[in-house]
Design a protein around this ligand. Sequence first.
Ligand code: F6R
Length: 237
Amino acid sequence: MIKLVKVNNYEEMSLAASQMIADQVSAKPDSVLGFATGSTPIGTYAELVKMYKHGQVDFSRVVTFNLDEYCGLPRECHQSYYYFMREQLFGHVNVPDNNVHVPDGMAEDIKKECENYEQRIFDAGGIDLQLLGVGLNGHIGFNEPDEVFYNKTRLVGLTDDTIEANARFFNDKKEVPTEAISMGIGTIMAARKIVLIAGVDKAEVVKKLEEEIVSPQFPVSILHYHPNCVVIAVQGA
Ligand code: F6R
């Protein structure tokens, strides 16, 4: 079931999402948090950094797992999701380095890396709260529209739409990796709570989500089957 919360602007969305994450960490200081990259969560991470600096949230026992990572980009590469997370959040708060998990897109054996990633999530006790953004085509993580819902973390090919949408972070569209490692739909659905944030740019996606038709051609729609999912969407979105 999705609880849809409409807010007036990006700032309100970021505040609401960061508050939910901070509440989760105060209720359970050793929470396992799932994080997303992209433009949408930047404000949420900035709010969390502010809260941390004001002593309102302590990440010292938190464990994190990111949704996805490009294949073929080393961690130091500015376009890697690992680098993004360090710039936006991890470099500014007290999450211990060893508690941070981002799939290794440079792994020699990608299949093994995917299996290990699932195992690490399991060993950590599962994800307590997963933050999600959504693609214009309804993807969550890099689970693109498809014939079926894929369950576990795996190697995915990115669609042309997604490559096009992500080209803004690269010098040239040709530099955008064509493959990534992504948590599967099952991995995401196993999180005990899901918070999806959608800016005004996702108005059409949220409207379609409200139709409540669940289909792998619109992967985000699976969230209707999640027992504890909040969508924070900017009005008009
Ligand atoms: C990022 C991710 C993607 C993004 C989605 C929206 O880790 O998994 O599903 O959440 O592509 O991206 P933005 O926020 O840039 O519109």
